[in-house]
Design a protein around this ligand. Structure first.
Ligand code: FAD
Length: 387
């Protein structure tokens, strides 16, 4: 694995860093501290700039018009893109575009026409509906939503919980049981949100500033068989692949926030004086800063290693689990230390630290709780027999 950045990577990283500092951070000074959207004219202007930079639609494969940027470089960019107040859950407020639901690249031609291309053009939005009230850590066993065939349709009954953005979506991926127990009995359906029987039952507010989640209910919801994504009873592989891949940018976002929090703590500790000397002269503070450096470095290398394996086409499930654990836990510690160094200011909404502190807590649970990531690694090193 190459440990230094190529000239091209360094140029892209510098460009994104400048963009965040010159375009995003100044706008945030005038936004509500909990905002997750830009005014539409600012958004359009910045999307235009990103397109000029040749970086729009990062997650879109080249054959669909996305930029030709490998996963390691995209990971480096994700570390830069989260370095602002809303950066954890709304990196650069979405102005770099994105593919939304990556599974749709596996869709049939007709499904791509109806769902994928409008999503890429920003005309439609989708949700990802896997977790149920019966549990999200082990969805293969927990899924109780059932689909039963009825002529050319499938009739779905059941419900989902914690589903991000379903109330504003045009369609979503709903994982339902069509066969027996376990992962072999789950199918993925593409469901239009205006289908009779589809209900957003309630909004679920969490520690996240915005981007609330929803609870869904399906009552005798008829979905045509042509809306099955992939194959019958093979839906779990689709969910699993997406979750592993997603853990790399998820980790990168945490690292970016940690980098910025550490930078702020370092600056502040040099300026703030107590008992006649700057905070940075105190060993108690120095050790916090040193631990920040170590936390950030180890999270960065593990995340880049996972990305490098993904780039080479090697298996990266274990490495993605490792970086998810280390990045989410170390970023939480870094922001906590930065907050401590800032004293009272650290917990005010004048600084981004309090938002990062809250939102980072979700990261040890979202995209598969860290205990489950440890379980994935244990299964890998001990052997497949471990349940
Ligand atoms: C803000 C937010 C947004 C979300 N968005 C979505 C979304 O868009 N789509 C979607 O499908 N889901 C979404 N989720 C759901 C998320 O993926 C689940 O919350 C997560 O997978 C955990 O499932 P659970 O909450 O049912 O916890 P459970 O599965 O009940 O687990 C509870 C706890 O038990 C522990 N645990 C579990 N298994 C083990 C084990 N083997 N060993 C040791 N300890 C274990 C972990 O600490 C875990 O946190 C979202 C969640 C949140 C909070």
């Amino acid at each position: 694995m190459e440990l230094s950045l190529s000239n091209e990577q360094q140029m892209i990283v510098d460009m994104v860093r400048r963009f965040v500092r010159e375009e995003i951070v100044p706008l945030e000074m005038h936004l509500d501290p909990d905002a997750d959207q830009l005014e539409s004219d600012d958004r359009e202007r910045l999307v235009g700039k990103v397109k000029e930079m040749g970086l729009y639609g990062l997650d879109i494969p080249v054959e669909y018009g996305g930029p030709d940027i490998d996963v390691v470089t995209r990971t480096l960019m994700a570390i830069e893109m989260s370095q602002h107040r809303a950066g954890l859950y709304a990196p650069c407020y979405g102005v770099f575009g994105g593919a939304g639901l990556a599974q749709l690249f596996e869709a049939s031609d007709a499904q791509k026409e109806k769902y994928l291309y409008p999503t890429l053009r920003g005309e439609k939005r989708g949700f990802f509906g896997l977790t149920e009230p019966s549990g999200g850590s082990d969805p293969a066993r927990a899924i109780q939503t059932r689909a039963i065939q009825d002529g050319d349709d499938w009739v779905i009954n059941g419900g989902k919980i914690f589903i991000s953005g379903a109330d504003k979506a045009d369609f979503g991926l709903v994982f339902a049981r069509t066969g027996g127990e376990g992962r072999g009995g789950v199918t993925c359906f593409i469901v239009d949100t205006d289908t009779p029987g589809f209900h957003v039952r309630r909004i679920v507010h969490t520690l996240r500033s915005a981007h609330y989640a929803t609870e869904l209910q399906f009552e005798d919801m008829h979905v045509p068989a042509i809306n099955i994504l992939g194959q019958l009873n093979k839906g779990f592989a689709i969910a699993n692949d997406r979750l592993s891949r997603q853990r790399i940018p998820y980790s990168a976002g945490c690292i970016g926030v940690a980098v910025k929090a550490h930078e702020m703590a370092l600056e502040y500790s040099k300026q703030r004086e107590t008992f006649g000397a700057p905070l940075s002269n105190r060993q108690a503070i120095q050790w916090m800063l040193v631990d920040n450096e170590i936390d950030i470095k180890q999270a960065t290398w593990l995340t880049l290693e996972a990305a490098d394996r993904a780039r080479r086409g090697d298996s990266f499930r274990k490495e993605a689990a490792m970086c998810k654990i280390v990045a989410t836990e170390s970023a939480g510690r870094v922001v906590d230390r930065a907050m401590q160094i800032h004293g009272g200011y650290g917990v005010t909404k004048d600084f981004p630290l309090e938002r990062w502190y809250r939102e980072l807590r979700i990261r040890r649970i979202g995209e598969g709780p860290n205990e489950v990531q440890r379980h994935i690694i244990a299964r890998d090193i001990i052997g497949a027999g471990l349940r």
